[in-house]
Design a protein around this ligand. Structure first.
Ligand code: HEC
Length: 279
């Protein structure tokens, strides 16, 4: 663990780089984000961050490795595969809506859709695929949608995250909005995401040991043993915003899609390893 003075210095470097809009494009942001964690935790290889808190907490890691022997998300992957292969009433299927038949494409989401002018997450793309084919949309927190997402993550395991910000001012604006959300203080507790998952990563907030944001989107959806079910990334956003006593946004709101865009871009180059298992 580094001394507080060094931590403050590293954070100042990160904050300075991130607040230089003229110089810092998304790529500079990403490099600064990674550099912060590699300097802060020199013994943790960058590839390990996809394992969340288990990258930073060896004891919890052992319990998690035991859990992974009989992965609790396996059922969701199987259910997702069945659903994925079921044809719609019009004879089309999910495979018709995605590149490569929807197999091994998780790493390209969220993506900026130039025709719609907005960020499209995997869940949104799945539901749009349904409605375009005359099917009703699933609820964002439905078991079906989460299972489809789990299956698509599973087929993409090991693929490096590759989120693109195309040369389009609207894409950059979405990224910047996500970044602002991430660094803004909110709620009665007046915490930003970065206060817990950057500044305090590896430390305890009350009984909770905090993970780094680097790698956060890599393993979603996630089976949570506390809830006994698999949940989406936006459901986690919802919980963390509520926990600082702010009013949470809805899953798949523009705010959370932009946040996911920023956060996933920060993890570009790390691999997809979803679905995951967490407490
Ligand atoms: C008050 C501290 C706090 C704040 C602020 C906070 N979180 Fe969290 N967050 C937690 C805790 C505690 C956990 C569970 C332990 C862990 O994995 O860090 C968690 C878990 C997560 C996870 C799941 C990690 C995994 O490995 O699966 C994500 C993603 C996440 N937070 C995103 C966010 C985002 C985005 C924000 C800002 C909107 C945010 N958090 C704000 C405390 C916080």
């Amino acid at each position: 663990m580094l001394r507080p003075a060094i931590r403050r210095f590293l954070l100042l470097c990160l904050a300075t780089i991130l607040s230089m809009p003229a110089l810092a494009g998304p790529e500079e942001d990403r490099e600064a984000f990674r550099a912060y964690f590699s300097q802060r935790f020199p013994d943790v290889p960058l590839d390990e961050y996809v394992n969340g808190i288990y990258a930073l907490d060896p004891k919890a890691r052992e319990q998690w490795l035991d859990i992974e022997q009989f992965p609790p998300y396996e059922f969701a992957v199987e259910q997702g595969e069945v659903l994925f292969r079921q044809a719609f009433a019009n004879g089309n299927g999910y495979a018709d809506c995605f590149d490569n038949g929807g197999v091994g494409v998780r790493q390209h989401y969220p993506r900026f859709d130039p025709a719609l002018g907005e960020v499209v997450t995997l869940e949104l793309a799945l539901n749009r695929c349904r409605t375009r084919n005359g099917e009703s949309a699933y609820a964002w927190d439905s078991d079906e949608l989460v299972a489809l997402s789990a299956y698509m993550a599973w087929t993409s395991r090991g693929n490096p995250i590759d989120v693109e910000i195309p040369d389009d001012p609207r894409a950059l604006a979405a990224y910047e909005a996500g970044k602002r959300f991430y660094y803004s203080k909110r709620g009665q507790l007046n915490f930003a995401c970065s206060d817990c998952h950057v500044t305090s990563a590896g430390s305890y907030v009350r009984a909770d040991h905090l993970s780094a944001s680097l790698g956060h989107p890599s393993h979603f959806p996630v089976y949570r043993s506390k809830l006994g079910k698999v949940i989406s990334l936006h459901s986690r956003f919802y919980g963390c915003v509520r926990d600082v006593r702010a009013r949470p946004f809805e899953e798949q709101s523009e705010e959370y899609r932009n946040l996911e865009y920023f956060l996933t871009y920060m993890s570009n180059g790390l691999v997809v390893n979803g679905p995951g298992a967490r407490k």
